[in-house]
Write a protein that binds this ligand. Structure first.
Ligand code: ACO
Length: 323
């Protein structure tokens, strides 16, 4: 049985850091309010000449370097993003060209904050079916461009950044001891669109639009849906929270992360948390967190890593990876 083995991981954050104190000069908020409700202290913001494509490219290059795999071997590039550089073509094809890749396929995938989980699940199907051999899965976002900077309820929550992983199709034994993506689950339910959406687009205002959110409602659904998707993983594999070496959740909010880890029986010292310094970077948050924990030596080869996310749509999902 073929497995999608994770060969490398990389990330990129814009240099510019915006603190809560700086935000408090723009809107009626405070460091104390933001930290208490979200755990966020600061976020990175793209410079005028930076885009989702340029951030994603740097993350992809870092992941390829970490893997020691040349770009010429890549035959699948998926970019999970809700903030593409252009309405079309896909940001993935721009990154493909910048990497000098002319074979295989590149496309964007839109599942907002769950985008990386959906893209990983999609790449896994390509690799395990034999449709591709070497994939880069990128989560890249510039949410600063779709924020209403006068809306204190949303502008304090998000940041920009990108992360990427390189996956390669390799023979496995078909057991949970195999390295690679062991299982993925993805879900969506479009009835909840109005809880979290962007009010623009070609089919509405014909402008890019701004993010709109009913925060309390999103919070409630997030904790329920995230526990539910991971429960499927546990049922399928016979594992429990205590078997997980590292829990790397989508980084939306410290309180959602803590509540979910508690529900799943995963102890605090096994949770990778980056939301404090990154804010919510949507589809980029999981690969950014994976890259950080990989680089600082926390995640070691052979360990079990559980990822999960929930976002606009609603969309949600999870994946279990043996590193
Ligand atoms: N600073 C100060 N006060 C604020 C701010 C702010 N930045 N934002 C809102 N408030 C005020 C509100 O105006 C409201 O005041 P009022 O009572 O006078 O009307 C009060 O704070 C409470 O507002 P709520 O929205 O009810 O606050 P809540 O406790 O729910 O916290 C928050 C808001 C942090 C957004 C919370 O609902 C949350 O974390 N939701 C999850 C949303 C999320 O993470 N979304 C990310 C995308 S989806 C995902 O990735 C999972």
């Amino acid at each position: 049985r073929m497995r999608s083995v994770l060969r490398g991981c990389g990330s990129y954050l814009p240099a510019r850091i915006m603190t809560n104190a700086e935000l408090a000069q723009k809107v009626d908020t405070s460091d104390e309010w933001i930290v208490q409700r979200t755990g966020i202290h600061a976020r990175h913001i793209a410079a005028d000449d930076e885009t989702t494509g340029t951030l994603g490219l740097k993350a992809a290059e870092a992941a390829l370097a970490d893997a020691g795999i040349p770009a010429s071997e890549v035959d699948l590039i998926i970019v999970a993003t809700a903030t593409p550089d252009h309405t079309f073509p896909a940001t993935a094809t721009q990154i493909q060209a910048a990497l000098g890749v002319t074979q295989g396929a590149a496309f964007d995938l839109q599942a907002v904050c769950s985008g990386f989980v959906f893209a990983l699940a999609t790449a896994d199907k390509f690799l395990t079916s034999g449709a591709a051999k070497t994939a880069i899965v990128i989560g890249a976002e510039t949410f600063s461009r779709i924020l209403d900077w006068d809306d204190r309820a949303t502008c304090v929550l998000f940041g920009d950044g990108a992360g990427a992983v390189v996956l390669r199709a390799e023979e496995g034994a078909g057991t949970l001891a195999d390295r690679g993506v062991l299982t993925t689950h993805v879900r969506s339910d479009g009835r909840y669109m109005n809880k979290l959406y962007v009010d623009g687009g070609p089919g509405s205002t014909k402008t890019v639009g701004f993010l709109r959110m009913e925060g309390r409602e999103v919070f409630k659904h997030a904790v329920v849906n995230l526990a539910d998707t991971v429960r499927h993983t546990f049922e399928e594999t016979g594992l429990t929270g205590s078997d997980i070496d590292w829990f790397v959740p989508h980084q939306a909010n410290r309180r959602i992360i803590d509540a979910t880890a508690h529900k799943l029986g995963i102890s605090e010292d096994r949770v990778v948390v980056t939301v404090g310094e990154h804010g919510n970077t949507s589809a980029a948050s999981i690969p950014l967190a994976l890259a950080q924990a990989h680089m600082d030596g926390r995640i070691k080869p052979g360990q079990l890593v559980l990822i999960e996310a929930m976002g606009g749509g609603f969309t949600w999902g999870s994946a279990l990876i043996r590193w």
